[in-house]
Design a protein around this ligand. Structure first.
Ligand SMILES: Nc1ncnc2c1ncn2[C@@H]1O[C@H](COP(=O)(O)OP(=O)(O)OP(=O)(O)O)[C@@H](O)[C@H]1O
Length: 488
């Protein structure tokens, strides 16, 4: 950990030059229009598939949009290819949110499905019962069960790889009959600093203990969960290629604090990092500050949006309440002619996913979001990020700004601030590498022109019940939900 490997020393590699790359995996990548591996992907390939052969667990701190998902998905899929033909759940990826899990699953699907490996999802999108029947063969699943035969496939895993959020994962471990982590070879913890910060029903000790049970009993002994029963008709135990559960832990802002990482029980961890500092912004990102009067901040935002034309854009606010308020206000600006939608922890998951899909398809142009969007989300074509409220921490700035300038593309991050916030912004930015910022101005004339529309928008907002301040009903609902809604 004291001697991290600098990922920037790895050069991009064309697919033809990647050593040991499976032929079918190469064509799957080509179908995704990927012709080369990015530096972090080369580094992980070397450590996992190359001569190092996953001798050590890996901690990866690499900027947003640098391709971390494929960096772990690719070598893990290649490793799973050489293992037994019987299906076992052998790779588990844990991420903090459902939308992110869906995104990660898509990457795995693209490279694993053509090679006959199955990828499952445990995120609480459907009931526990429905979800488990997509992950494990249960009695009643097949024709034999109607005849009263004992099927050799009962409780056999249907998937080789599982992408999960921590809460639902723990539910399955404790309650789902037939679900087991006994055969797990690989554990990936994506957005690890976020996942380690919160307990999520002790997900980590639960996973480690549950996966550990195979080490102690050779893969076929007493299961951890009361519901786990021995897989019937097993041909082999799916024994691990490594004597341990091999782990990859990643984030664009991964901590180097051993006190925090110790809970992962890492085996001779190797730290792979980009640059010298913990926080680093994407190479092709331009950061701008936009100084404005606090009272008329929405006016400046509208002027900025107008100046950006038709470009896809995400506006971040400090809370779910501000997100709702701002979105309503912007939609009351009659002549704005920009389609704007909200994405926040206030909304039902179904609504959020729908909004995200529409945004991905380009059906509207501006997404107003709480920090629910900051972590990991990859939306093609986002050219601008706007911090309507300046983030408190550099970590938040890094994740928000990182929704643009991904995969080597260019992008801009604008932060609105009043004069008295400029000092704090400077201090904040000093904490990150490659974080020089310029001042952006919008023509004063435009602000003046917008004044009257702003006043009418405020009145309209009041009329339609979108009181800028939170109503008592709203406040009591919010109180109830306070414990369940994650602000991120
Ligand atoms: N080798 C590659 N060639 C071309 N595009 C790639 C390659 N690898 C990844 N990408 C694309 O780069 C984008 C960013 O990848 P990814 O989401 O994995 O980044 P990340 O490092 O996980 O970012 P974050 O820290 O924000 O989660 C995605 O759109 C992905 O399709």
């Amino acid at each position: 950990m004291r001697h991290p490997i600098d990922v920037t020393c790895c050069k991009e590699l064309s697919l033809c030059s990647v050593p040991f790359l499976n032929r079918r995996l190469k064509s799957a990548l080509e179908n995704m229009e990927i012709s080369k591996l990015f530096p972090v992907q080369v580094a992980l390939w070397q450590e996992i598939v190359g001569v190092s052969d996953f001798e050590r667990d890996l901690c990866v701190n690499s900027p947003t949009g640098s391709g971390k998902t494929l960096a772990y998905a690719l070598p893990i899929v290649q490793k799973l290819l050489s293992a037994s033909r019987v299906k076992y759940l052998r790779a588990l990826v844990v991420v903090p949110t459902r939308d992110l899990a869906l995104q990660v699953k898509q990457v795995f699907d693209a490279i694993a499905l053509p090679l006959g490996l199955c990828v499952g999802l445990a995120v609480g999108q459907s009931s526990v019962t429905d979800e488990i029947s997509s992950l494990v063969h249960l009695p009643g699943d097949d024709e034999d069960s109607d005849l009263g035969f004992f099927s050799p496939f009962w409780f056999q895993s249907k998937v080789d790889i599982l992408v999960a959020t921590p809460g639902r994962l723990v539910e399955h471990v404790h309650m789902s009959r037939g679900f087991t982590l006994k055969h797990l070879h690989y554990l990936v913890v994506d957005e690890a600093d976020r996942l380690l910060r919160e307990d999520y029903q002790f997900w980590l000790p639960t996973v480690l203990r549950s996966a550990q049970s195979s080490n102690n009993d050779g893969g076929g002994g007493v299961p951890y969960s009361p519901w786990n029963i021995r897989t019937c008709g097993r041909v082999d135990s799916g024994s691990r290629p490594h004597s341990r559960l091999a782990k990859v832990v990643l984030s664009a802002t991964l901590t180097r604090d051993p006190g925090r990482l110790v809970q992962l029980n890492l085996h001779h961890p190797l730290f792979l990092s980009t640059g010298k500092m913990r926080y680093r912004l994407p190479e092709n990102l331009e950061s701008y500050k936009l100084i404005c009067e606090r009272k008329v901040k929405p006016l400046y935002l509208v002027a900025l949006l107008k100046s950006l034309g038709e470009e896809k854009c995400i506006v971040f606010t400090r809370s779910v309440d501000s997100t709702r308020r701002l979105c309503k206000l912007l939609n009351c600006f009659g002549d704005l002619q920009i389609d704007i939608k909200e994405y926040s922890g206030h909304q039902h998951q179904r609504v959020r996913s729908k909004t995200l899909n529409e945004f991905r398809k380009g059906q509207f142009q501006v997404l107003v979001s709480s920090d629910a969007m900051t972590r990991g989300m990859d939306v093609e074509g986002v050219r601008n990020v706007i911090n309507y409220d300046m983030p408190k921490y550099i970590k938040t700035y890094v994740h928000r700004a990182g929704r643009t300038a991904r995969a080597g593309q260019t992008g801009c991050c604008f932060t609105l601030m009043s004069n008295d916030e400029v000092g704090r912004f400077k201090k904040l930015m000093k904490k990150a590498e490659a974080s020089a910022s310029l001042e952006y101005t919008v023509p004063f004339r435009l602000i003046e022109e917008l004044h009257s529309t702003y006043q009418s928008a405020l009145s309209e907002l009041k009329e339609c019940g979108g009181n800028p301040r939170i109503s008592p009903v709203h406040r009591s609902k919010r109180k109830k939900r306070k414990t369940s809604i994650s602000r991120e």
